[in-house]
Design a protein around this ligand. Structure first.
Ligand code: URA
Length: 216
C-alpha cells in the first residue's frame, strides 16, 4: 500500500516523528479536514475521516461517504452503515474495536433537484485520496484490512480486483498485514429478492468472521 513521498509531502505526524498512534491519528484527521488533493471537496460538506481505535488490528475500508455520512461527518452511518452494523453484529465483531474508513474521504455527488445523487469516484480521485489511506495504514499497521467493494479493493490492493474471484481469502499486503476483499454493504441494499439478500448477507458475515479471526 505504500508509496514514496518527499519529506515535504509527509503528514505532520511523520514530519514531527510522533510515534503515539492516538496523537498521530488525531493530527492526520485534523490535516484531512482541509484536504484539496482533488476537486471532490468543492461539492461535499466536509471530509469524512476514518474513526476507531488507533490500535485496532482490523481496519474496514469502504468506498466513500454517502449523503448522511457527508452531513454527519462520520463513516458508515447511513443505510449501508446499518447493513454493515448488522453484519458486524452477526459476525460477533464490536464496531468500537474496529477502525472504519473509506478509500475516498469526500462525498462525490451530483445535485438532482433537492437530492444529491451518489457518483462513483474515478481512478484519479481514488489515487489522490490514497495518501490518506496509506497514512492511516501507517499509523495503525492493522493485521487485517477488509476492502468493502471494488473501489476499496482497488485502493487497498493498488490495482483493479474482481470481487467474485478474490473475495473471502487472505491476500498478502505489506509486512504482517493481509487484506480480505468482500462486497460493499450497499450491494445488499440493491438486491430485490429476499433470498438473495439473505444469501449475500450470510456470505458477508462469513468474510467478516474470517477477517476478525485472522486479526486476533
Ligand atoms: N458507503 C461507503 O462506502 N462508506 C460510507 O462511509 C458510507 C457508505
Amino acid at each position: 500500500m505504500a508509496a514514496r513521498w518527499s519529506e515535504a509531502e509527509l503528514p505532520l505526524f511523520k514530519q514531527r516523528r510522533i510515534n503515539d498512534p492516538v496523537a498521530a491519528l488525531r493530527l492526520l484527521a485534523g490535516e484531512a479536514r482541509g484536504c484539496t488533493r482533488c476537486d471532490l471537496y468543492k461539492h461535499a460538506t466536509q471530509t469524512v475521516f476514518g474513526e476507531g481505535p488507533a490500535d485496532a488490528s482490523l481496519m474496514l475500508v469502504g468506498e466513500q461517504p454517502g449523503d448522511q455520512e457527508d452531513v454527519q461527518g462520520r463513516p458508515f452511518v447511513g443505510p449501508a452503515g446499518r447493513v454493515l452494523d448488522k453484519a458486524l453484529e452477526a459476525a460477533n465483531i464490536d464496531r468500537d474495536e474496529v477502525y472504519v474508513t473509506n478509500a475516498v474521504k469526500h462525498f462525490k455527488n451530483e445535485p438532482r433537484g433537492k437530492r444529491r445523487i451518489h457518483k462513483k469516484p474515478d481512478t484519479s480521485e481514488i489515487d489522490a485520496c490514497h495518501w490518506w489511506l496509506e497514512n492511516e495504514f501507517d499509523v495503525l499497521h492493522p493485521r487485517i484490512v477488509v476492502a468493502l467493494g471494488a473501489t476499496a479493493a482497488r485502493a487497498v490492493m493498488g490495482k483493479p480486483m474482481t470481487i467474485g474471484a478474490n473475495r473471502g481469502r487472505l491476500l498478502a499486503l505489506t509486512g504482517e498485514s493481509e487484506a480480505l476483499i468482500t462486497v460493499h454493504p450497499s450491494y445488499l441494499l440493491r438486491l430485490r429478492e429476499e433470498r438473495d439478500k439473505r444469501r449475500e448477507f450470510d456470505l458477508l458475515v462469513k468474510d467478516l468472521r474470517l477477517a476478525a479471526d485472522a486479526a486476533k
